[in-house]
Every structure is written in structure tokens, then in C-alpha cells.
Design a protein around this ligand. Structure first.
Ligand SMILES: *Cc1c(COP(=O)(O)O)cnc(C)c1O
Length: 239
């Protein structure tokens, strides 16, 4: 019988090993890549164990689950990333705990986030979620703005009180030209990031890669990988 802490420690060590190996293969320093553990669907007790094991960055995709979990873990030295599709009526709650919102994909969300960040007297780091499979002017089925929408959204975030423009995020598309081509998708995201950094040099976060494709993301140049299943196990339900 292995207890949960031992299981999580083992999984974390394996993920750490994969990241280190991918960095070495890409000629990158290990400290250029930050692991964010996606704790969605798992209980606050797991988040607590992860914090004891040294995890400092965690991510959630649904406010209904994240808000109570973040409250239960308020004593821990954690930074919470919101990575799911975000409705404007949830923004006030999210602004109460999230240090980063990685799924910023429309002007209305920028307005709402700015208002609530100011109200909470917090600064929220914003990543623009890019939908690599979305047509010009549209949004992706799982959220995200089409690549050609990034400059306008960047300008809106950069000009908004209470928000900091930190970079870009993507989820490898399941359909379209990049379906099944994670490495190419992440390389495209790097191009978008480098265009963004030309205008906003501090917006240097590139969040890409999950349990199955983190090596592709590190090879392409991601600064942050978001790993759920490989650390916590296969999720008990869709999340
Ligand atoms: C769930 C989720 C992840 C983690 O996915 P795994 O395959 O479990 O590693 C990463 N990013 C986002 C946006 C997610 O919703």
C-alpha cells in the first residue's frame, strides 16, 4: 500500500525528470521552464500535499471548484493560475484568488477582469489564450482568440488598470491544420509570442504543453508547462 503522498512524490519526480531531460535535449537551462500542476477535480488535501512536496504553482479551470479549494489552501505559499474558459459573472470570484488568468480571449473579459482587480486591489497577470485552430476574427471551440486577434487584445490588456500583460497560452488543437502536430503548434505559438514581445518585451511567458506533450512544448521554447494527469493521476471525471 502506498499512500497518496508517496504516490504524488513519485509522479512529481517522474515529471521533473521529463522536464529536465527535455531541457537538456533542447539545450535549455532547467530554470527556464516552470511546472504548473493542474489540480482540477482533485481535492484540497492533494493541493496541500503538493505544497509540502515543493509545488508553488497550481492551476484550475472551473471557478466553482477552484474558489473553495483556494480558500481551504489560503495558508499555503501557492500561486493560483486560472486556465479555463471564464464567464464574466465568475470574474469577481476568480479575481479573489488567481494570480494569473491564462485564458484571456476577449475584450469583455479584459474589462471585467480589470474592474475586479482594481476592486480587490490586486494585480492579475494575464496570458492571451491563442486558439491555433480558430479562423480570423473568431474564437476557438475551447476558448482562445484567433492568432490575428492577439495584437488588439494585447493593447487592451496593457492599457487596463489592475492587469499585467504577461504572455500567451495555448492548448494543442484537436482539429484543423495543427491537429496531432503538437510540436508545430507550439512553434507557431512561439512565433506569436515573439511578435508580442517585440511590442511588449515583459510579456515573455509562453504557457504550452500538458502531460502528454510537455516535451514538445519545452523543445519549442515554452516557459511554463501545465501538467495534471501525470502528477495527480487520470481524472475521475471530465474537467
Ligand atoms: C486540464 C488542463 C491541463 C492539464 O492536462 P493534463 O493532460 O491532465 O496534463 C492543462 N491545461 C489546461 C487548460 C487544462 O484544462
Amino acid at each position: 500500500m502506498t499512500d497518496r503522498r508517496t504516490e504524488l512524490a513519485g509522479n512529481l519526480a517522474r515529471v521533473e525528470d521529463r522536464i529536465a531531460t527535455a531541457c537538456a535535449a533542447a539545450g535549455r537551462r532547467r530554470d527556464e521552464v516552470t511546472l504548473i500542476v493542474v489540480t482540477k477535480t482533485y481535492p484540497a488535501s492533494d493541493v496541500r500535499l503538493l505544497a509540502e512536496l515543493g509545488v508553488r504553482q497550481v492551476a484550475e479551470n472551473r471557478d466553482q471548484d477552484a474558489a473553495p479549494k483556494a480558500a481551504e489552501c489560503a495558508d499555503l505559499p501557492l500561486t493560483w493560475h486560472f486556465v479555463g474558459q471564464l464567464q464574466t459573472n465568475k470574474v469577481r470570484s476568480v479575481a479573489g484568488y488567481a494570480g494569473f488568468v491564462q485564458s484571456v480571449d476577449r475584450a469583455r473579459l479584459v474589462t471585467a477582469l480589470s474592474r475586479e482587480a482594481v476592486r480587490a486591489e490586486r494585480e492579475i497577470g494575464c496570458l492571451i489564450q491563442v486558439a491555433l485552430d480558430a479562423e480570423s476574427g473568431e474564437r476557438g471551440s475551447r476558448g482562445g482568440v484567433a492568432p490575428d486577434g492577439v495584437p488588439v487584445l494585447a493593447e487592451e490588456i496593457a492599457g487596463a488598470q489592475g492587469l499585467r500583460l504577461d504572455g500567451v497560452m495555448t492548448v494543442a488543437p484537436l482539429s484543423g491544420a495543427y491537429a496531432g502536430r503538437q510540436r508545430a503548434a507550439f512553434e507557431r505559438l512561439m512565433e506569436i509570442s515573439s511578435d508580442l514581445r517585440a511590442a511588449y518585451p515583459a510579456a515573455n511567458m509562453v504557457s504550452a504543453g500538458m502531460s502528454t506533450d510537455l516535451e514538445d512544448a519545452v523543445a519549442a521554447g515554452a516557459t511554463h508547462v501545465r501538467v495534471g494527469t501525470a502528477v495527480l493521476g487520470v481524472r475521475p471525471r471530465l474537467g
